[in-house]
Ligand binder design. Structure first.
Ligand code: ASP
Length: 302
């Protein structure tokens, strides 16, 4: 089996002056994952490392660079899933940890639980050797400025946010040379969200889904709407009808739009290693390495 990996760096109206940074972050992430896969690492390692590299890149709303909630706090959500066993691990509203995706994987592999939230998630991370960081370690000037504007204006955003304002959730899907699939998604969520709000990203089937018999998907966009249609599971299930991976991405975004007037994007790898992506936001940042065709590409899709 020739391995493949696809990543996204959020679906929204990415401004022209941030395009290069988004493409650069996605390209780096795909190279990290590709190199691991080509050296024989498993798909789980590839998606964890690809997503962690984007969590470390401050252009994205994940890990360092995450958005602030209405109380001025960074609360992050992340999930990882393996397609062989259908096991997943997730953290929600996690604070003070640089790489939530690594905590999600530890939870999946070392416990019988699938999701931890808030203080419990932080306690688990610290008990498992993850370093506690400060709010400032995760905070960037861009988000501090936005929070100050929120305090001045009190304006909350919903639909318009996903057409216009920054959302850079990150995600990855991969297949390894043994034909095993995995996916991961990580986010700081939506700007100016209520404290304690959890979006789609850590919800299995909404923010991510992987099944070795079909494919793997990672979603991004308006979380409340994505949850309503379980976007990632919907996209993966469509592969069962054999429409091709691009058609499955397109059809799942069609359901998001028609059924709940949602906005978002999805990336996928199918069980043959072909990759696809689709979105109904103005732009989406992506990069992929597709083993079976040896194609490698990154960009901002309009
Ligand atoms: N889906 C994420 C959330 O609602 C945000 C995003 O993907 O932009 O938390």
């Amino acid at each position: 089996m020739k391995p493949s990996i696809v990543v996204h760096g959020g679906a929204w109206d990415i401004p022209d002056d941030q395009v290069d940074a988004h493409i650069g972050g996605c390209t780096t992430a795909v190279h990290v994952g590709r190199d691991l896969l080509l050296r024989g690492s498993c798909a789980l390692d590839a998606v964890e490392e690809a997503v962690a590299s984007m969590e470390d890149d401050t252009i994205f709303d994940a890990g360092r660079g995450s958005v602030l909630n209405q109380c001025g706090q960074v609360e992050m959500d992340a999930i990882i899933m393996e397609g062989a066993s259908l096991r997943s691990g997730a953290v929600a509203a996690l604070r003070h940890i640089r790489n939530p995706v690594r905590v999600a994987r530890r939870l999946m592999e070392c416990t019988h639980f699938s999701m931890l939230a808030g203080d419990g998630a932080l306690r688990f991370a610290l008990a498992n050797g993850f370093a506690e960081c400060t709010e400032e370690d995760l905070l960037v000037g861009r988000e501090l400025e936005d929070y100050r504007e929120y305090l001045r204006t009190g304006v909350l955003r919903t639909r318009e946010e996903f057409a216009g304002a920054p959302h850079d959730t990150v995600g990855a899907c991969a297949i390894d040379r043994d034909g095993h699939l995995a996916c991961a998604t990580s986010t700081g969520g939506t700007r100016r969200k209520m404290a304690g709000r959890v979006g789609d990203s850590p919800i299995v089937g909404a923010g991510a889904y992987a099944d070795d018999t079909l494919g793997a998907a990672s979603s991004t966009g308006w979380g409340e709407k994505i949850m309503a249609v379980l976007l990632a599971k919907t996209a993966v299930d469509m592969l069962g009808g054999d429409p091709g991976v691009y058609a499955a991405c397109e059809a799942s975004i069609g359901i998001l739009q028609k059924r709940v007037d949602g906005l978002g994007g999805v990336v996928m790898v199918d069980r043959t290693g072909l990759v696809g992506f689709h979105h109904n936001t103005p732009r989406m940042a992506y990069a992929f390495f597709e083993g079976p065709t040896s194609e490698e590409r990154s960009g901002i899709r309009r």
